[in-house]
Write a protein that binds this ligand. Structure first.
Ligand code: TYM
Length: 326
């Protein structure tokens, strides 16, 4: 299978990103042809400081490798180093309805009807569709906040295929049972996010042990004292159970049994230690990789390999559409 996914280069990559997406990237890379992108052009849909963006690109590249993505097995590269993404996005935009973009919940949330919301925020899902379709991807491992984006990508691909012939492979999203949606620790009815103001709302992959422990111990639960998975009535405890399950590989029902009659304090303490142990090796290898000269070389090599595929796809797409002089 061909696998594609991407992460935006912003700071604060957290355990939601890891448990929902990055850990799938690693799991898939041995048996499949994987392409993992750092989507810097998506990042500028919100104004960014240029120097910081450059740093964040390298930060995410180093994190990719620190969690176990091997740039020799997988193609790892930066989106703007491959012009095909923007080129294909334009062609897809001509096959996307403004109505379907206006219905995207992420756009509605971020623009809130503001007339000066950037057009790039509106067409964000089309660039994402281009990312995926450019590599003839079969599978897209993501968290479930991306469900609507995968759906519109499929709709666009099917529409183009109906109009022009067998242009694109129609991809599918890949979501994990535990981890697909990790919630905020201080407000467990909203998802854990990179940009939330309160740093205790998330556990970043590079947090030190003190910060990890503090975030878990201070997380919002409830007052009934039962460790039971019930997202509707007990969102905080259910979220912690989910995180526990994702890090330990144990089914939620086993964890519920293990902590029957035990207080939240003990449960949280053990979850904190589990998280500390899971993240320690990532943090350690990150420091070495981030400093190494090989990081940039790996991205350059990745961009060359990605470009080779992208150029082939673009030549095919242009033929289907009759674009260019031949
Ligand atoms: P981004 O950078 O916001 O997030 C990266 C990945 O992390 C997942 N994720 C979560 N999973 C579980 N719980 C959470 N709280 C959580 N928060 C984030 C996301 O689902 C994602 O898989 N639009 C994408 C980037 C993108 C992309 C693509 C992804 C651009 N082009 C092509 C796949 C294919 C985004 O903003 O992800």
């Amino acid at each position: 299978m061909r696998v594609f996914s991407g992460v935006q280069p912003t700071g604060n990559i957290h355990i939601g990103n890891y448990l929902g997406a990055l850990r799938q990237f690693v799991e898939l890379q041995d048996e499949n042809a994987c392409v993992y992108c750092i989507v810097d052009m998506h990042a500028i849909t919100v104004p960014k400081d240029a120097a910081l963006l450059r740093e964040n690109i390298l930060d995410v590249a180093a994190l990719y490798m620190a969690v176990g993505i091997d740039p020799k097995k997988s193609v790892v590269f930066v989106q703007s180093d491959v012009p095909g993404h923007a080129e294909l996005a334009w062609i897809l935009m001509c096959n996307t309805y403004t109505g379907e973009l206006a219905r995207m919940t992420q756009f509605k949330e971020k623009s809130r009807g503001n007339e000066s919301a950037p057009a790039g925020l509106f067409t964000y899902p089309v660039l994402m569709a281009a990312d995926i379709l450019l590599y003839d991807s079969d599978v897209v491992p993501v968290g479930n906040d991306q469900t609507q984006h995968i759906e519109i990508c499929r709709d666009i691909a099917i529409r183009v295929n109906n109009r022009y012939g067998k242009v694109f492979v129609v991809p599918e999203g890949r979501f994990l049972k535990e981890g697909a949606r990790i919630m905020s620790l201080d407000d467990p009815v909203s998802k854990m996010s990179k940009s939330a103001e309160n740093p205790l709302s998330r556990i970043s992959l590079l947090d030190d042990e003190t910060k990890i422990r503090k975030s878990v111990m201070k997380s919002t639960t409830d007052s009934d004292g039962l460790i039971r998975f019930d997202p509707a009535n007990k969102p905080g405890v259910s979220n912690l159970l989910n995180i526990y399950s994702a890090f330990s590989g144990q089914p939620v029902s086993d964890i519920e049994k293990k902590y029957e009659g035990v207080g939240y304090g003990t449960f949280k303490k053990e979850l904190a230690e589990l998280t500390v142990d899971a993240l320690a090796p990532i943090r350690k290898s990150y420091e070495d990789i981030r400093r190494s000269e090989e990081l940039r070389a790996a991205l350059k090599d990745g961009a060359e390999r990605a470009n080779a595929v992208a150029e082939r796809t673009m030549a095919r797409v242009k033929d289907f559409f009759g674009l260019g002089a031949k």
